[in-house]
Design a protein around this ligand. Structure first.
Ligand code: FES
Length: 258
């Protein structure tokens, strides 16, 4: 494969790229962080393209493209910040996710990447909620499924190091990739389909009873705080990942090393 760089146009500016670069990476080098929820810019993480928060417009294409997945090509003309369609698509995705999030101050992580992204897009959760009727008024889809066993609770404090609140989960799949592909532990998966789908540990066990080895990769990857260090979440389930910036003495509950 040729490693020669080429040029393309991003928001009216000529930028260079190498073969294999995604549009998201090209934009980042050009100084723009395109909104992203299911993509983590770190070694070992592949893009999955399932949240659609990173859409851009490409000249000559009718359908918007996910910039985290789409590879740059010579001569491409891409519009990100300069595209009204792309901006509306990103905001639409965030708005739909926002209405199903626990309120920021009552959620598991008031400083999550999700809330930072919503804020950067200028989206206010209360205003977005007013667009839609309350959750209980919306017609629920009919879902038939057989639980694997008695389901683990959505709020799960069974693990000594990690707190789980699946009410905040957006099913971006990052924790699954973190566990399965980055750490090769394969504890976390997605079970069921459609509206019934959810993140599970092993066979839908409480996290503390699963084969989790407490590596913490999933907590680092989670954009919403659905998976959080237990020490950063209070008794009511409210947390703040920025509190992790303070220095603490800690001992691993499994190996006993501080
Ligand atoms: Fe690109 Fe989710 S970040 S689709």
């Amino acid at each position: 494969m040729s490693h020669e760089t080429f040029t393309l146009t991003l928001d009216g500016v000529e930028v260079s790229a190498a073969p294999g670069d995604t549009l998201w990476q090209v934009a980042l080098r050009a100084g723009e962080t395109i909104p992203h929820l299911c993509y983590k810019d770190a070694p070992g993480y592949r893009a999955d393209g399932n949240c659609r928060a990173c859409m851009v417009e490409i000249e000559g294409e009718r359908v918007l493209a996910a910039s985290c997945l789409r590879e740059a090509a010579p001569g491409m003309v891409v519009r990100s910040t300069s595209s009204e369609r792309a901006r509306a698509a990103r905001e639409g995705v965030m708005a739909l996710l926002l209405v199903d999030q626990p309120a920021r101050e009552q959620g598991p992580d008031r400083s999550s990447h999700f809330w930072d992204t919503a804020e950067a897009l200028g989206l206010d959760a209360d205003a977005v909620r007013r667009w839609l009727p309350p959750r209980e008024d919306r017609s629920a889809p009919t879902v038939h499924h057989v639980p694997l066993r008695e389901a683990a609770p959505m709020h799960d404090r069974s693990h000594s190091a990690m707190a789980v609140n699946l009410d905040a989960c957006i099913e971006c799949n990052l924790c699954v990739r973190a566990c399965r592909e980055v750490q090769v532990n394969d504890v976390i998966g997605l079970a069921h389909r459609g509206a019934a789908s959810k993140v599970v540990f092993d066979f839908d066990d409480p996290m503390g009873e699963s084969t989790c080895v407490a590596c913490g990769e999933c907590v680092q990857a989670c954009p919403t705080g659905a998976l959080m260090p237990d020490t950063l979440v209070d008794d009511k389930g409210h947390g703040d990942s920025r509190a992790a910036d303070r220095r603490v003495d800690s001992v691993c509950p499994y190996c006993g090393v501080g």
